[in-house]
Ligand binder design. Sequence first.
Ligand code: NAD
Ligand code: TDX
Length: 332
Amino acid sequence: MRKLLVTGGAGFIGSNFVHHVLSHTDDHVTVLDKLTYAGNRASLDGLPEDRLRFVQGDIADAELVDGLFAESDAVVHYAAESHNDNSLNDPRPFLDTNIVGTYTLLEAARRHGIRFHHISTDEVYGDLELDDPARFSETTPYNPSSPYSSTKAGSDLLVRAWVRSFGVRATISNCSNNYGPYQHVEKFIPRQITNVIRGIRPKLYGAGENVRDWIHADDHSSAVLTILDRGEIGETYLIGADGEKDNKSVVELILELMGEPRDAYDHVTDRAGHDMRYAIDSTKLRRELGWEPRFRDFESGLAAAIDWYRTNEAWWAPSKDGVEAFYASKGQ
Ligand code: NAD
Ligand code: TDX
């Protein structure tokens, strides 16, 4: 029986991983989460209480972190400020959590000699042209565009340095865009679904040609558990499920699945520095660790997510008006 510490376990992907671990292993999980605007304790409701402990706190709190590392066998680090649009508005929390917070965890991992898995993003590689046949791989040079992605890139480089200089037993994964239940309504897909539910027209940044490589959050979780169990220390693994789609097609599909005309959306002010295209080549993870995604049909995964937002309005409604007021103030 392993004792796992999961940072950011009340967020979208972290909570998915906690659900996944508790249903696929005998592990006991401690979640460390600050419960920022993005964290929601209710995302962990219904899980077995004898195998899950929740600690509210900051990953940059060295004393708290040290005590929790002393009681754990391994750490999976999801906690982050995660939204590009927020990072353009106020970068400071991104530096505090993504850089200083990760540093604080690495120092504790070093002191306690503990296995550490760092969750990161494909955005550290910058973006690709629409007609570029290339996809990101583990050897693509870092070239982040936004305050968010540059702080994630910085956190990845800290992990690599702590592996090489101090022998920390860490792995890193960089995943593409996730979708599924429990995602905050600030993000693209939940924003458009909940807009339609509320009778608001979906909002597409710029021309909507930008491409994201979508993966279901359940597939991200199974990949992370695979890397935690079988990944080689010091290695980086890219996680992706061959799900490239342009934003315009995604909005049109959401409208169609929700019974609305496919063109019932607005074009709004584009994001500053908007990355054009992300695309992941996950050959290394598949070949070396034998991982495969289960959700290969985006349309049915999206339909299930739409059902979830329809039946779980109490989960997202408290955030919706504030998020839309923030976007409206920026013409988005
Ligand atoms: P999220 O914003 O939904 O959740 C982040 C969680 O971290 C929240 O529960 C929040 O309360 C917590 N948190 C924030 N600051 C904290 C702090 N200082 N101390 C403790 N807890 C804190 O984000 P997400 O979409 O679930 O992303 C989780 C991780 O996965 C991030 O590291 C992100 O970079 C990475 N990632 C996300 C995606 C995606 O598509 N969403 C893709 C690839 C990688
Ligand atoms: O209302 C919108 N309209 C729109 O066209 C919003 C919120 C977004 N967009 C566009 C911007 C992007 O091209 O949709 C795309 C996806 O936007 P986000 O959901 O904000 O995701 P992105 O910026 O791609 O980053 C996400 O994937 C990588 C996560 O938020 C990151 O945490 C992760 O690292």
